[in-house]
Design a protein around this ligand. Structure first.
Ligand SMILES: *Cc1c(COP(=O)(O)O)cnc(C)c1O
Length: 821
């Protein structure tokens, strides 16, 4: 069913401007993902924070000719050859188009929703069903109002089963998703409640999610969950259901037993009177629950219990995120070695293409045969070659007979190997240098060995940074702002320890207005790495003015001494109107002009043209504590007056700002034109910890375990006194990595397999010891120093300091590893 611009225009009821014929194969909502301009239809979506219409000119210049808009971008004559389809809401049009597309298919479609496990259930179902059916599924976690239509759009003539996730962030959104997915089989994974929620709000949540399944042929859920059963009975009383149960042997799918051992879990079940079993290579409860939901779908789709058992035994962990790692020999490694199909290849290539740290380096793809797509090899590898070329890959290393046979299609530096072992043994593999390498392979090819060998292993301690969590936090704080309020994100001190480049890059992609760092060198490093966003330098040293001018780094100016020197330096370079940011002291008594100095400041600024005040700001002393609220209000009043006085003296707009993270949340009336977000972005909410996601996790591994008799001691100066025969584990992290020595001698603890393990004796420079006597663990096990399960605030409380200090103390030698969906 090839789409044309005519047919789509008609379907979405658009008013059409331009009459060029065009075939449409691709839908685009994010201009950064453009790949096939000629056959792309761009939907200019408006969100609270962004507007797709802004990217039309850029896309036109890159060859896109077809646009769905709510407003025409000026005169259509300026866009020769282009078609504009005008509709009231491009988002609604996109959803409607997907809805009509869905109607073309009379195949089983699984809709998955719930609080946790959606993506895992989707991917596992794919692993379980794809051996004999052609499955179209949502890429990664595309489950939003935009992601769902884009996913459904991927259905084509080959599709025999569709599997789509639906996620909602607000009540009332599910209706739109239902009409697009139109599931015939509904899976509700579970309803997890954050602790503060009561039963009734959970019930609302559950009912809202269930509304996805109103017209399903069957609904699958955990029949032992009272809340869910109750909601199903109320919301969809007539539903046909497979409510699996461990308790009720009357249920159609009765789970007779679940037995865990060291290497997996065996499940015995009875379905329609027949006893069967399967085994999965996982032992955690979430995996067992996910497998039971998958089991019910497979049984309903009439996959035989024997096939189910074979495939369950081979289930692979789902990597939900693309991993970026430092590789050997100066390479950067992007690891996506868990699944392999065209859609996810495209996403991974796109991810790689967007990273500026891959610019100027050779972009290399290591790709295995793509299996089980149901498409002919000719068609498949023609597409692959096109994608690979359009996304700027300069070198391809193919592994497997199919891709090797398609060698001629790849017009770039290329190498082919029959299998993974011959790749690993080759000179080609040994001579990878300073390249950005995407590793992507089907499971069968065991590409985890490829990435493992490419990975740099210097030190087993890493700081893991969850970029998605950071973006969620960004959006959380944005939700407090008026649409026009600008935001500065503080990336000083290596982004509070998280590593400034990756963080700055992500923030720039999310279009924050300003980044702020402490010193000029931090700013020039970001520029050299390709960051183009506006950057404020909070502490411009006198010796670094040239760096400021050369890299367009906008200094904070807090004194006449600094101002005069800066003016002089700028004038010497012949610079005019260089933006600066004026800092006022309203009570911190650290840096800044005093309010009574404003008239003199105005005179000085007006006497020159080298510098131009772009913003004026101050900083709260205690915006996080109610006990200082009177003082905070007083600071705000002083700021309001002084900044207004400065503004009145200039005809151009001078941005005013005073709020930090806590201020954003607690003083909405002090937002002015801009706010400055710091700590909250990095996962620590100074006001209320409930609504924010952890970003940084400091992890290490157990190097060695000793059994130590009670009368012995552990570590330097015999400070680790034991009271019983103990198991003592050594970890490769010490005070030189930023592990505060005061946590030693039992003052602090880390987590080993979820359990608290106290530090024993003095913490050494590179190593420390912990007591694991009561913990089931072995050498090589993961240890969490702080992060997802052990909040930084626990450590800062023990150390009588603040979370900022813990985060910024993680030393530079600890490798930062970034995750992103
Ligand atoms: C660090 C800093 C911030 C951010 O403060 P948080 O409490 O981390 O949100 C804001 N403004 C200035 C001037 C800063 O130095």
């Amino acid at each position: 069913m090839p789409y044309t611009i005519e047919s789509i225009s008609h379907q979405i009821g658009a008013e059409r401007f331009g009459n060029k014929k065009a075939r449409i194969d691709w839908i685009l909502t994010d201009s950064r993902s453009l790949c096939f301009p000629e056959e792309t239809l761009f939907f200019a979506l408006r969100s609270k924070r962004n507007d797709g219409h802004k990217y039309i000119i850029d896309l036109y210049n890159r060859g896109v000719r077809n646009f769905v808009v709510s407003e025409l971008p000026g005169a259509c004559e300026d866009f020769p050859g282009a078609n504009f389809l005008r509709v009231v809401s491009p988002l609604k049009a996109l959803q409607h188009l997907a809805e009509l597309h869905r109607k073309e298919f009379d195949v089983p479609v699984v809709g998955i929703t719930g609080s946790n496990g959606k993506t895992v259930v989707k991917e596992w179902l794919y692993q379980l069903i794809s051996p004999d059916k052609n499955v179209t599924r949502s890429p990664r976690s595309y489950n939003s109002q935009i992601g769902v239509p884009l996913s459904v759009w991927l259905m084509n003539e080959q599709t025999e089963v569709g599997i789509f996730e639906a996620g909602i962030s607000e009540m009332g959104e599910m209706d739109a998703l239902r009409t697009i997915i139109n599931p015939t089989i509904g899976v509700l994974t579970n309803i997890g409640g954050a602790h503060q929620e009561n039963f009734f709000s959970l019930q609302d949540k559950c009912s809202e999610k269930l509304s996805l399944f109103k017209d399903c042929d069957v609904i699958i859920y955990n029949g032992d969950d009272e809340l869910i059963c109750d909601c199903v009975a109320k919301t969809i009383p007539s539903a046909r259901e497979i409510a699996w149960s461990q308790k009720d042997d009357e249920k159609p799918l009765y789970i007779r037993s679940i037995k865990k051992d060291d290497t997996g879990t065996t499940v015995n079940y009875r379905y329609l009177g027949m006893e069967n079993s399967y085994r999965i290579p996982f032992i955690d409860d979430a995996s067992v629950e996910n497998s039971l939901n998958c089991l019910a779908v497979c049984l309903y789709l009439m996959i035989s219990p024997e096939d189910i058992a074979v495939r369950m035994a081979r289930l692979e962990p789902v990597a939900m995120r693309l991993e970026v790692k430092e590789g050997k020999n100066g390479c950067t490694l992007i690891n996506d070695s868990y699944n392999s199909d065209l859609a996810s290849l495209d996403i991974a290539l796109d991810f790689m293409a967007r990273r500026t740290d891959t610019k100027g380096r050779k972009r290399t793809l290591i790709l295995s045969d793509i299996l089980e797509t149901g498409q002919s090899a000719t068609f498949l590898y023609r597409k692959v070659a096109q994608l690979v070329q359009n996304r700027g890959i300069e070198k391809i290393i193919g592994v497997g007979p199919d891709i090797s046979a398609a060698e001629a299609r790849f017009p770039m530096e290329k190498y082919f190997f029959p299998d993974t072992a011959s790749l690993l043994a080759s000179d080609v593999f040994a001579s990878l240098r300073n390249e950005a390498i995407l590793v992507k392979g089907s499971r069968k090819f065991h590409f985890d060995e490829v990435s493992e060998q490419l990975e740099l292993k210097v030190h087993e301690t890493i700081l893991e940074i969850n970029l998605n969590a950071m973006v969620d936090n960004l959006n959380y704080y944005r939700s407090f702002l008026m649409p026009d309020t600008k935001m500065v994100c503080m990336v000083k001190a290596s982004a509070y320890g998280a590593g400034s480049y990756e963080i700055a890059k992500t923030l720039q992609d999310h279009r924050v207005d300003y980044l702020a760092v402490a010193v000029a060198d931090e700013g020039s490093d970001l520029r050299k790495a390709g960051i183009t966003a506006s950057i404020i330098i909070m502490n411009p040293e006198m010796t670094a003015f040239k760096t400021l001018f050369d890299y367009k780094l906008e200094p904070e100016v807090y004194s006449f001494h600094l101002l005069d020197a800066l003016i002089k330096a700028a004038e010497k370079q012949g610079i005019t109107n260089f933006p600066i940011h004026i800092k006022l002291d309203t009570g911190m008594h650290r840096l800044g002009f005093m309010p009574e100095e404003i008239p003199a400041l105005i005179r000085r600024l007006k006497s020159q043209t080298a510098l131009l005040p772009r913003s004026v700001f101050s900083h709260f002393v205690g915006s996080d504590s109610p006990q200082f609220d009177d003082f905070t209000r007083q600071q705000n009043e002083i700021f309001a007056k002084a900044s207004a006085e400065l503004q009145a003296a200039f005809p151009h707009k001078i941005l005013r700002h005073i709020c930090n993270s806590a201020g954003i949340e607690r003083f909405p009336r002090a937002h002015y034109d801009m706010v400055r977000l710091g700590l909250g972005l990095y996962g620590i909410n100074p006001v209320n910890n409930a609504f924010i996601h952890n970003v940084s996790t400091l992890k290490t591994t157990i190097l060695q375990i000793h059994n130590v008799p009670a009368e012995d001691t552990v570590g330097y100066s015999r400070r680790g006194v034991l009271t019983r025969p103990s198991r003592i584990a050594a970890l490769p992290i010490g005070y030189a990595d930023g592990l505060d020595r005061h946590l030693g001698c039992g003052h602090g603890y880390c987590l080993v397999n979820g359990q608290k393990a106290p530090y024993v004796g003095n913490i050494c420079m590179d190593v420390c010891m912990i007591d694991v006597t009561d913990i089931d663990c072995q050498e090589g096990d993961r240890v969490e120093i702080f992060g997802d399960n052990l909040p930084v605030s626990v450590l800062s409380d023990i150390l009588e300091t603040i979370p900022y200090e813990i985060l910024t103390s993680v030393s530079g030698r600890v490798k930062r590893v970034y995750f992103q969906d």
